[in-house]
Design a protein around this ligand. Structure first.
Ligand code: NOJ
Length: 547
């Protein structure tokens, strides 16, 4: 059926599913599509609108699936194409959309294209990758996987040349200057979108094109390619989205929206670490500062905001000084650090303090953008810093107090379930969370429901209102229909905020989490006492209406 709500993503609540970690449906110790399909009601109950699935394609898994060896199939660990079709059909029945990763920048070195390319300069695929006789080209390009890769070039004995790679050496970059690559990716997108997929999270997009003398990131030529790709999707699959993964400063991100004709969505990377900075400092200034330096985006576009995902908490978009500070504060042990980031989950980062977890989520849901929840964070899952690379935040979903946390019936799972005193599956699991009305899960469900009941939070304008107190953030969301003032105290002490909002002086104010009318309703100078880490959503009740 043709999509009628073309900007659905502006109101959607997203949820990132790491397929291998979510639910094992066939008892082999790996999460899979059958398991995921069985749990679709879980998302429905939580209020999730769109799942983002980590790469599900065949892959040697040198980068957990971000190294694809066949773009037209499903990894055998995860099931079959038929399983995928069933997943889509069952999701549609429940009104849940699905997007998946599309890895555009590189393939696996095991992909038949690369295997052919390296064999001979005459291979039709040779020019699908980026080769050089020396490793000196593009020397102004930074290395991303700093902990593992000494260079962006690796010499291939078979090819007799160096190949270019921005990530692991097992992920050769594709040559997007080659029109055949562009056409092939249209075919890949057509294949999946025809099955009913709702779009893609486009991986590592800033790096598609290389030009000597540049940083080889965000080049104009890359934007031309992405715009054409969007035009093709718009033409053949209207309503399908492109969500861009570009870990960049806001001003470098802005061009990815172009005139509303490139990406519909981009992750807002820079605000994320600043939310963690703010709660540690008890000062909201960094959040305000980065948002004030974030350019407006076209009306049909939306930021995608998040607290955590399957990677390290990236600290690329902070200064060197801020990075050192974040590491000291949040990653005191060496093994908590990875590349330029922190490989820990939300709950441990926030000392498992429910007040801080709620606070950051409320702020995330109050800022412009559509939020993404990372699997397991809604029940406060922990991490395992003893596992390699980013695997510590990709452990099995904890369903109940049963072997393997109810994730799998296998004797051995792809990774051990978390089993420690604080975050162990015996306590932290979905079953417990559902039974306990006061759990983080139920609170998250309420947060989602309220956000959906008040579309001003997803579509309204936003303004930071001075509070006279650096610890208290006030975001005014306004639309023609509704006005909400979001307040958040980042400090661990009580704080007083003073707000001057003469335009709403006459409105009754109703607090949406407590359902209470707000005390100082008719003061022009609105004075509020906030408890440590307290938050409020104040609805300006239209005059004459008793809501
Ligand atoms: C970004 C993905 O989120 C990450 O997991 C992956 O390693 C790189 N892109 C390379 O594809």
């Amino acid at each position: 059926m043709a999509e009628t709500n073309l900007t659905w993503y502006k109101d959607a609540i997203f949820y990132e599913v790491y397929i291998r970690a979510f639910k094992d449906g066939n008892g082999d110790g790996h999460g899979d599509l059958i398991g995921l399909t069985e749990e679709l009601d879980y998302f429905k109950n939580l209020g999730v609108d769109c799942l983002w699935l980590s790469p599900m394609y065949p892959s040697p898994l040198r980068d957990d699936g971000y190294d694809i060896s066949d773009y037209y199939n499903i990894h055998p660990d995860y099931g079959t194409l038929d399983d995928f079709k069933r997943l889509i059909a069952e999701a549609k029945k429940r009104g849940i959309r699905i997007i998946t990763d599309l890895v555009m920048n590189h393939t696996s070195d095991m992909h038949p294209w690369f295997q052919s390319a390296r064999q001979s300069k005459d291979s039709p695929y040779r020019d699908w990758y980026v080769w050089s006789d020396t490793d000196e080209k593009y020397s102004e390009t930074r290395i991303i996987f700093l902990d593992t890769e000494p260079s962006n070039w690796t010499y291939d004995e078979v090819a007799g040349q160096y190949f270019w790679h921005r990530f692991y050496r097992t992920q050769p970059d594709l040559n997007w200057d080659n029109p055949a690559v562009i056409e092939e990716f249209k075919n890949i997108a057509r294949f999946w979108l025809s099955l009913g997929l709702d779009g893609f999270r486009a991986d590592a997009v800033p790096y598609l094109i290389e030009r000597e003398g540049t940083s080889n990131e965000n080049l104009p030529e890359t934007h031309v390619i992405l715009k054409n790709f969007r035009a093709f999707m718009e033409e053949e699959f209207p309503g399908a989205i492109l969500l861009g993964e570009a870990n960049m400063w806001p001003w470098d991100l802005r061009p990815y929206f172009a005139d509303g004709d490139e990406f519909q969505m981009c992750f807002h990377f820079p605000v994320m670490p600043r939310l963690f900075m703010a709660v540690k400092k008890g000062d909201a200034a960094d959040v305000i500062n980065i948002m004030e330096r974030t350019p407006d985006i076209p009306d049909n576009c939306q930021w995608c905001t998040f607290l955590r995902n399957h990677d390290e908490l990236t600290l690329e978009m902070v200064t060197e000084e801020e990075r050192q500070w974040m590491w000291q504060q949040y990653a005191p042990e060496d093994r908590m650090r990875l590349n330029l980031g922190i490989r820990r989950r939300l709950a441990p980062l926030l000392d498992n303090d429910r007040r801080k977890i709620e606070l950051l989520n409320v702020v995330l849901f109050s800022l412009p953008g559509s939020p993404i929840i990372y699997y397991g964070d809604e029940i406060g899952m922990g991490d395992n810093i003893w596992l390699f690379d980013r695997n510590g935040v990709r452990t099995p979903m904890q369903w109940k107090d049963a072997p393997n946390g109810g994730f799998s019936t296998a004797d051995e799972t792809y990774a051990p379930v978390i089993d420690d005193e604080v975050y162990g599956y015996q306590e932290v699991n979905v079953e417990n969370a559902l039974l306990n009305d006061c759990s983080l899960w139920h609170w998250t469900r309420y947060l989602i429901a309220m956000r959906k009941a008040h579309p001003v939070l997803s579509r309204g304008t936003y303004t930071f209102v001075p509070t006279g107190n650096p610890a208290v953030l006030a975001i005014l969301r306004e639309s023609e229909d509704e006005v909400i003032l979001a307040l958040a105290n980042f400090s661990d002490e009580p704080q007083v905020a003073r707000l001057h909002l003469p335009q709403y002086a006459e409105n009754e104010k109703k607090e949406l989490f407590s359902h209470m009318p707000h005390g100082c309703a008719r003061d022009e100078m609105h004075r509020t006492l906030m408890e440590p880490y307290e938050y409020q959503w104040l609805l300006m009740v239209p005059n004459g209406k008793d809501q």
